[in-house]
Design a protein around this ligand. Structure first.
Ligand code: PHE
Length: 338
């Protein structure tokens, strides 16, 4: 029994000098593990005289409980130390001035948002349709019938016999009129695709469709809204001019010019001396299109327009090659920081 005191003293002394998780594990093996010294005390029971066995057993249990308690306290202490070490190593000084580079929105996104804001101010809602369309929505129900030469106005990327990458946002008109009855006043922004590539054309570009359907809507409403649009996006004294044009889904159809905001209309290189710049296409929604969407043309009429977002962006910022809008050269893009 004196041995117990010696063992306890040794145990306590050794535990004090234990440092870190690994040493703690070794310590456990040495004393409390299956073949550890404290566990061994029980095995010695067989050598103890019979009458002392109960006393011996009780004592061993006491020592074991005492040893386990001490061990647990040490284990808790080590855990705390290691946590503290980790917290120190991972600490972040939130007072260090940040050198993070702040990005900015792409000019196309900026212009798209600006256009949306202008038309939202006139009461337009936003609708978005799919980039993969079917023939029906992209062409047929827009009155671009099969074998009609107007199909060649847009070089289409066909995916299957029936599916294609939408060539314009006009299928959004059909999707809106299928879902909603007049009064309708929506903007449909989106990416569109055509097999076409040069300084002013890219196989992927962005459009913003506008559609208004209600009672007594006329071409005058179209010009009024577009006048408001060009004044906001280009310059407060900008005006629009309508020229006759052709689209199968509008009748009459117009090409819309804006008075040159660079020279005020006197003539300059931007407007090629004419004083006018072509900006978008539009017109009065063709009765056939209304009928294709179960809207009675005797009761309702509509106007529609399609804005090329890259074109507006290039005009607004004096960009003469469309490629820079897609190259993502950071030196070019960071000029658009608000
Ligand atoms: N969808 C036509 C185009 O991409 C533009 C347009 C839209 C014309 C709406 C009239 C009405 O060329």
């Amino acid at each position: 029994m004196e041995n117990f005191e010696a063992l306890k003293a040794q145990y306590q002394e050794e535990l004090k000098s234990v440092n870190g998780k690994e040493e703690l594990g070794a310590f456990w093996q040495k004393y409390l593990g299956k073949t550890g010294q404290i566990q061994d005390l029980m095995k010695k029971m067989k050598d103890v005289p019979k009458e002392e066995k109960p006393e011996y057993g009780k004592k061993v249990n006491e020592v074991r409980t005492w040893a386990q308690d001490l061990y647990q306290a040490k284990a808790d202490e080590i855990k705390l130390q290691e946590e503290e070490k980790r917290y120190k190593a991972e600490a972040i000084d939130v007072t260090i001035p940040s050198e993070a580079k702040v990005g900015n929105l792409h000019p196309i996104t900026l212009v798209k948002q600006e256009i949306i804001e202008i038309f939202a101010g006139m009461g337009f809602e936003i609708f978005e349709g799919p980039e993969i369309e079917d023939d029906d929505h992209n062409f047929t129900r827009l009155n671009v019938l099969k074998d009609h030469p107007a199909r060649d106005m847009q070089d289409t990327f066909w995916l299957t016999e029936d599916l294609l990458l939408r060539t314009h946002t006009s299928p959004g008109q059909i999707r809106v009129m299928d879902k909603k009855k007049p009064p309708i006043k929506v903007l449909v922004p989106g990416r569109v695709f055509r097999s076409d590539s040069d300084a002013t054309h890219s196989p992927m570009f962005s459009q913003m469709e506008g559609l208004v359907v209600d009672k007594n809507i006329t071409l005058c409403d179209l010009q009024g809204m577009l006048d408001e649009f060009v004044k906001n996006i280009f310059s407060s004294d900008a005006r629009t001019r309508l020229r006759p044009s052709y689209f199968p889904f509008t009748e009459p159809s117009v090409e819309v010019d804006v008075s040159c905001f660079e020279c005020g209309g006197k003539g300059c290189p931007l407007c090629k001396g004419t004083g006018w710049i072509e900006v978008l296409g539009g017109g009065v929604v063709n009765n056939k299109v209304l009928e294709n969407c179960n809207i009675d043309p005797n009761e309702y009429s509509g106007i529609a327009f399609g804005i090329g977002i890259e074109r507006i962006t290039m005009l607004k910022y004096g960009i003469n090659h469309m490629g820079v809008l897609f190259e993502n050269d950071v030196n070019f893009l960071k000029q658009f920081k608000a």
